[in-house]
Ligand binder design. Structure first.
Ligand code: SF4
Length: 349
């Protein structure tokens, strides 16, 4: 039943760098990167990251600030901190070697249930399932599982797998190939809101397809109200002086800690509790400035860009003391929005 799927997956995806050269460490890195991030984005960063941190020990020794910079572009920075935590503990408690024991893996800070199973199944080829939202979805559709999406469905999958009711065919294949094929299926044919059943290698064996309503599974709790997004207007001040940019390093507990950002002020915020930046006191017609849209967590941000000379800035009563002049050729430490703002004005290092 899984033959076609596994053949297709191996043929289509054998070139992915984390599948070509695999160790437990590269599996740890790639699995954490791939959580909440597309394959395309990970492809842009994976090899560079591994070149910089070729081993668990090297990653464990890195400062959190530098790691944040190296993670730039992948988003969800908490994952980078978890990865570092996990590496530190592997060095400290397991002599730098990832243990191949679920009960030991799950005790490592930064390694959750999914990552532990992914290390066992994908990294070590052990007969287990790494159940993430993708696997949860495709297995509920293939086998017609009707538990509520989330913990209940995951428990049903685990229980039926342990009893050999579902996925017993894993015994005939490499567990690695089996898990990766299901993940690929979820990414390409069997998506959350769209299915391509006519093209799908599981089409002949899928209960959801046979029901004629493949999208009815997995069963979801009644849609919760959409989380509220806050509109946020920020003023970003871009000032250059002899090849240096006025900027400051984000502190611990601030958004993008460790990265450099240009002076930034809140023009207006729907979230009155937001304390990430000071309020703008500059007397400006903000709406006349060029604007870039970005977003972070629950904030939709309109970034108004003010490009001024140091002299003009001083005339506006701006206090320069709180900032640093950073060489433009140290651009790798700047935040993505700072890059975009520089790019907007055609400023290159
Ligand atoms: S046949 Fe359709 S519903 Fe079933 S696994 Fe394939 S894409 Fe998903």
């Amino acid at each position: 039943m899984f033959n076609k799927l596994i053949q297709w997956s191996k043929f289509q995806h054998h070139h992915l760098p984390w599948r070509k050269e695999r160790t437990l460490y590269t599996t740890l890195v790639s699995e954490i990167m791939l959580q909440q991030t597309t394959v395309g984005t990970v492809l842009n960063h994976y090899q560079r990251f591994l070149k910089k941190y070729p081993s668990i020990a090297e990653l464990a020794l890195e400062s959190e600030d530098n790691l944040t910079v190296a993670w730039k572009g992948l988003g969800y920075y908490r994952r980078a901190r978890n990865l570092k935590k996990a590496c530190e503990q592997i060095v400290e408690h397991h002599s730098g070697k990832i243990p191949l024991d679920y009960s030991k893996l799950i005790k490592i800070n930064g390694i959750g249930e999914y990552t532990a199973n992914a290390l066992l199944a994908i990294g070590a080829d052990k007969k287990t399932l790494a159940i993430d939202a993708n696997l949860e979805r495709v297995l509920s559709r293939i086998y017609g599982l009707t538990s509520l999406k989330g913990k209940k469905l995951q428990d049903e999958i685990k229980d039926k797998f342990q009893k050999g009711i579902i996925c017993s065919e894993i015994e005939n294949y490499s567990a690695r190939d089996f898990n990766e094929a299901l993940m690929d299926l979820g990414r390409e044919f069997c998506k959350a809101n769209r299915v391509y059943c006519e093209l799908c290698p599981m089409g002949d064996n899928c209960k959801a397809k046979l029901s004629g309503e493949p999208l009815s599974l997995p069963i979801k709790e009644k849609e919760k109200k959409i989380e509220k997004y806050f509109e946020l207007k920020l003023l970003r001040v871009i000032t250059l002086n002899e090849g240096k940019l006025l900027s400051y390093k984000k502190k611990k507990n601030e958004w993008l800690s460790g990265q450099y950002e240009v002076p930034t002020f809140i023009i207006s915020s729907e979230d009155q509790e937001l304390t990430q930046y000071p309020a703008s006191t500059l007397n400006l017609e903000h709406d006349l400035l060029p604007m870039l849209k970005t977003g972070i967590t629950k904030y939709r941000i309109a970034n108004y860009l003010l490009f001024v000379s140091q002299k003009e800035l001083e005339n506006l009563g701006f206090k320069l003391k709180a900032y640093e002049w950073i060489e433009l050729n140290e651009q790798s430490n700047f935040s993505t929005t700072t890059f975009k703002a520089l790019d907007f004005f055609g400023i290159k290092k």
